[in-house]
Design a protein around this ligand. Structure first.
Ligand code: CTP
Length: 222
């Protein structure tokens, strides 16, 4: 299968030397991309800035900075993919105005006005017209299950992978993770704490099953 993976954080520039970002390391997305290459799939990796080596054997890749760059890179590559896994921790807001020159500390306080970024996962169905298997990630600190079901439905996902980022021992920036899976057919599954590379391989296998099921359903509709 052909698989698109987004990974890492984004950077939203404030001025030439400053940006807004988050704690994502990109490890989960890279682990998924590596596992998929190992299992013989064509992998397209769209990555924000990370300190990780680019996996060998990618079919295509794009290194991006901002949410807008990531949106465009995904839009230009998602066509023809059987599955898309949106693992990136995309900034939800960016500064309304990029200051061309470095902001000087003239005032006692500074207010930054922010605007929403493009919702890449939320664009997959309505804007990109993507019809393959769609997998979203959710990082939650509270009400994980309730938010997961709502996000799955709102974004048109087949699978939502949720992790509890209030725990410091797993998740963001850690080598290990523990996730709960919520499927569009109402099924739930927990993947116990494991290395991100072991989880990546499990997730790729699950996505393979979803792609095969979708193929069978499409065949029945014809
Ligand atoms: N995502 C995206 N584009 C954005 C924001 C998020 O593609 N601008 C994707 C992430 O890659 C992830 C999923 O959306 O797969 C969930 O991101 P999250 O920030 O948890 O969800 P939001 O829908 O932004 O909702 P909220 O922040 O309110 O929980």
């Amino acid at each position: 299968m052909r698989l698109l993976v987004t990974a890492g954080p984004t950077r939203e520039a404030i001025d030439p030397v400053r940006f807004l970002t988050n704690r994502s390391s990109g490890k989960m997305g890279y682990a998924i991309a590596e596992a998929a290459v190992d299992r013989g799939h064509e992998v397209v990796l769209v990555s924000g800035p990370v300190n990780l080596a680019t996996p060998e054997g990618l079919t295509d890749g794009a290194a991006v900075e901002s949410a807008r760059d990531m949106f465009e890179a995904v839009r230009d590559r998602i066509d023809g993919c059987d599955a898309a896994i949106f693992c990136a921790a995309v900034a939800d807001y960016r500064p309304v105005k990029f200051q061309e020159e470095k902001i000087k500390k003239t005032g006692d306080s500074l207010t930054l006005e922010l605007e929403k970024t493009e919702d890449i996962l939320g664009s997959a169905r309505p804007i990109f017209g993507f019809e393959g298997v769609l997998v979203g990630f959710a990082a939650e600190t509270n009400n994980l299950e309730e938010f997961a079901w709502a996000k799955l439905e709102k974004k048109g996902c087949d699978l939502l992978v949720a992790n509890d980022v209030s725990r410091r021992d797993i998740g963001f920036d850690s080598d290990r993770n523990e996730v709960r899976l919520f499927f569009a057919n109402g099924r739930r599954q927990s993947l116990p704490a494991a290395s991100k590379s072991a989880l990546g391989a499990q997730l790729v296998e699950i996505v393979e099953t979803l792609v095969a099921e979708r193929g069978r359903n499409d065949g029945m509709m014809e």
